[in-house]
Design a protein around this ligand. Structure first.
Ligand code: SAM
Length: 382
């Protein structure tokens, strides 16, 4: 894509000239004999005109306001935009300095970072431009930066050999047989989970529709059965809503031993008017062969705090303390813990905290990069 600044537009008699073409009221005419490159450049410019227009109107409003007080009435009259839209255009234009604005991002991308500090804007926009993030991606990162106080995901997060980006079935197939000590995972439940956008603006989960989720879990557990050591444990998070389908798949490949109930400190906002608040989640506990639990026998009711909304990296993030507890009960130090559906890498953080080796696999690049960032920071323990 051409990288000419929108401000290179030169005013000439009878219209604006951009890249060898004069833009007039009802026509576009060549000035001289524009080259093919100028032609493409002009096309690119036209395709982004609406985006430029939003910044121009915002800048114009800001200027008018500085010079003559409010100019909204004139603007409403001229543009036909409602005052709310105009206020928004002016706000974004004043918050996002000209030097920060990226040619290959839309006005909407910039709007998502407008409330951040200039340094934060710069970091998030640079990543969004380099990695082709959608508006949703920018919104999520901006939310994460402001709410958690974490720095923006670094482009330079060192690749971690324990974290894999891809379909878990492809990655599991490459592991040596009987090499895994513990499988601990939280797969898509097949519920088309969507986080409440206004609270947690996360995108839709991959492979989370009913039949696909079942097929993916079935494929992953079939491979895991082959790759786990002879006497080992398997934990699969589940929900009462999909428990039957998920338990049937676990039973197909392992011996289902128990169902654990994770009891949270508080319950989520759901349909609280029509029913009871959800304060528990189910965890299927299964064996390959027979392995005793480490330490004392324990109750199958596990009280652990949920992850606070402000700390959430992933819409269905599980608490590291709970994962660390399960890892401690079912593996030894230095053992290999595998999570084929790692999301933001909580299982891997827990394994690292517990001095185990780990392999985490994630299909969605956004979460894979989030996990990279989390694991690259030795102070990130939860
Ligand atoms: C329920 S979430 C896991 C969240 C995780 N427990 C955490 O704390 O962040 C399931 C994850 O599996 C990923 N996923 C779906 N299909 C996959 C596949 N075939 N291979 C690898 N990851 C997959 C989704 O993108 C999603 O992030």
């Amino acid at each position: 894509m051409a990288q000419h600044s929108v401000f290179s537009v030169a005013e000439e008699q009878g219209g604006l000239v951009y890249s060898g073409f004069r833009l007039q009221a009802r026509s576009l005419v060549p000035v001289g004999r524009p080259t093919r490159e100028q032609w493409s450049d002009c096309l690119d410019y036209l395709m982004h005109l609406e985006q430029h227009l939003h910044f121009w109107i915002g800048d114009l409003l800001a200027y008018g306001e500085r010079r003559w007080g409010t100019t909204y009435a004139d603007m409403v009259e001229e543009t036909g935009y409602d005052p709310g839209t105009l206020r928004n255009l002016r706000w974004v234009a004043t918050r996002v300095d000209v030097a920060q604005r990226r040619e290959n991002l839309t006005f909407a991308h910039h709007q998502e970072v407008a409330r951040l500090s200039p340094a934060q804007q710069e970091a998030v926009l640079a990543l969004a431009a380099a990695q082709g993030w959608s508006r949703d991606g920018v919104r999520k990162e901006a939310y994460r930066v402001t709410e958690s106080g974490r720095p923006p995901v670094s482009q330079a997060a060192t690749p971690d050999p324990g974290l894999c980006h891809g379909d878990c079935r492809d990655v599991l197939a490459q592991l040596p047989d009987e090499s895994i000590d513990l499988l601990l995972t939280d797969p898509p439940y097949g519920m088309n989970y969507v986080s409440p956008k206004r609270i947690l603006p996360f995108p839709q989960m991959v492979n989370d529709d009913g039949d696909t989720a079942v097929a993916v879990l079935d494929g992953a557990l079939a491979l895991a059965a082959q790759k786990l050591k002879p006497d080992s444990h398997v934990y699969v998070f589940s929900s009462w809503k999909t428990y039957r389908q998920m338990a049937a798949i676990v039973r197909k490949h392992f011996e289902l031993g128990n169902v654990l109930v994770w009891v949270k400190n508080n319950w989520g906002v759901g349909d609280l008017e029509g029913g009871y608040g959800e304060q528990q989640e189910l965890i299927l506990f299964a064996h390959k062969g027979r392995r005793p639990l480490n330490g004392d026998a324990e109750s199958n009711v596990l009280p652990f705090n949920r992850v606070g909304t402000n700390q959430m990296q992933h819409p269905t993030q599980k608490p590291v303390a709970l994962l660390e507890y399960l890892i401690g009960k079912s593996s030894g130090e230095g053992g290999l813990v595998v999570d084929p559906f790692m999301g933001s890498g909580s299982t891997c953080v827990a394994a690292r905290n517990a001095q185990r080796r780990y392999i985490g696999i994630e299909i969605d690049r956004q979460w894979y990069e989030q996990a990279l960032q989390r694991l690259a920071d030795p102070t990130w323990e939860d």
